[in-house]
Design a protein around this ligand. Structure first.
Ligand SMILES: *[C@@H]1O[C@H](CO)[C@@H](O)[C@H](O)[C@H]1NC(C)=O
Ligand SMILES: *[C@@H]1O[C@H](CO)[C@@H](O)[C@H](O)[C@H]1NC(C)=O
Ligand SMILES: *[C@@H]1O[C@H](CO)[C@@H](O)[C@H](O)[C@H]1NC(C)=O
Length: 295
């Protein structure tokens, strides 16, 4: 009971303090920021205090996405002195101290992405430190993807085309296309976020050609290529023979068709001349006329 009572008293004190208006409050103005890698960005942090800022103390920390461990200090303002973390030296600075705790980050790197925290303290206003947080994303176009292929490039085999990209935020989308003789998109299996493969089953000579992988996000597209040449398996010379035979039979068939057409054409013409010659006996020649119109 005694503990609960004390806790209530404490909350009351805090509330009173807030009502009095001399508690320090922090406003980040943004909760998510995006910057293109290499560009500068302002991380906003406004604070409100009713006391003079002669002993203002500001600490910015970051927990990078790449190592979600302990926060590291980015930059500190203490009694008019500024200290920067070695990894940010020359790239970070306050942009309005002591009126605001905004910082400017120049030449942003991929490793700068993370959760930033702005902590403001203004002694003798000792009750509470004002704290605000924001998330910084550093965007980058896709890096050059790497194309590879695997599998036997002989007829009947199956070949896997794979494509992987190292960088790119937002995560690049991976596509495979066959470029020649016409552009055809291929279905892609994603192997994780940053690599995708396309499988070509039952390879044949039609499979030969240029294949392109595209890695793209909102900031750009990069390509890599694979040029596949499919070799006939040397132990099947019958393939050539089959081809020759096929061509030969096709020619024979065409020839037969041509002969048939010529014959039908001729009989049809005969029919018409005969119809003209022997008027009144049309019914007899109707079948040949019908055949002709069919051809
Ligand atoms: C950031 O870049 C701007 C413009 O080039 C420059 O004026 C400013 O001093 C730079 N800030 C820091 C901390 O290097
Ligand atoms: C592979 O393709 C050839 C012709 O390109 C076809 O004759 C054969 O049946 C196919 N095999 C399979 C397993 O699909
Ligand atoms: C692909 O390879 C074939 C045969 O090796 C070659 O003739 C062709 O020029 C190549 N195409 C490209 C775009 O490299």
């Amino acid at each position: 009971m005694a503990v609960a009572g004390r806790w209530m008293l404490w909350t009351l004190a805090v509330h009173l303090h807030t009502l009095q208006g001399d508690a320090l409050t922090v406003n980040m103005r943004e909760s998510n920021l995006e910057v293109l890698r290499g560009d500068a960005v302002t991380l906003p942090c406004s604070f409100f205090t009713s006391d003079p800022v002669s002993q203002l103390n500001v600490i910015w920390t970051v927990v990078p996405f790449s190592s979600t461990e302990t926060p590291t200090q980015v930059i500190v303002y203490d009694h008019g002195q500024v200290m920067e973390d070695p990894s940010f030296i020359g790239r970070v600075g306050f942009a309005g101290i002591p009126w605001s705790a905004d910082i400017v980050l120049n030449e942003t790197r991929g490793s700068d992405a993370g959760v930033y925290r702005c902590m403001v303290n203004n002694p003798p206003e000792t009750t509470e430190m004002g704290i605000g947080e924001l998330t910084l994303s550093v965007l980058s176009p896709p890096s050059l993807p790497v194309c590879q292929w695997d599998g036997p490039i002989t007829e009947g085999g199956s070949v896997t085309l794979s494509c992987s990209v190292d960088e790119g935020i937002p995560t690049p989308e991976i596509e495979w296309d066959k470029l020649s003789p016409e552009e055809i998109p291929l279905p892609v299996n994603m192997d994780g976020d940053m690599s995708g493969s396309a499988q070509i089953l039952n390879v044949s000579s039609q499979t030969s050609g240029l294949y392109r992988c595209s890695a793209s996000n909102a900031l750009g597209t990069e390509h890599c290529y694979v040029n596949l040449s499919i070799y006939r398996t040397p132990d099947s010379p019958s393939g050539i023979l089959q081809g020759v035979l096929l061509t030969l039979s096709m020619s024979l068939l065409l020839l037969a068709l041509l002969l048939l057409i010529t014959w039908l054409h001729r009989t049809g013409q005969d029919g018409r001349t005969r119809v003209r010659d022997e008027e009144g006996d049309e019914t007899r020649y109707k079948p040949s006329l019908m055949k002709r119109s069919f051809v």
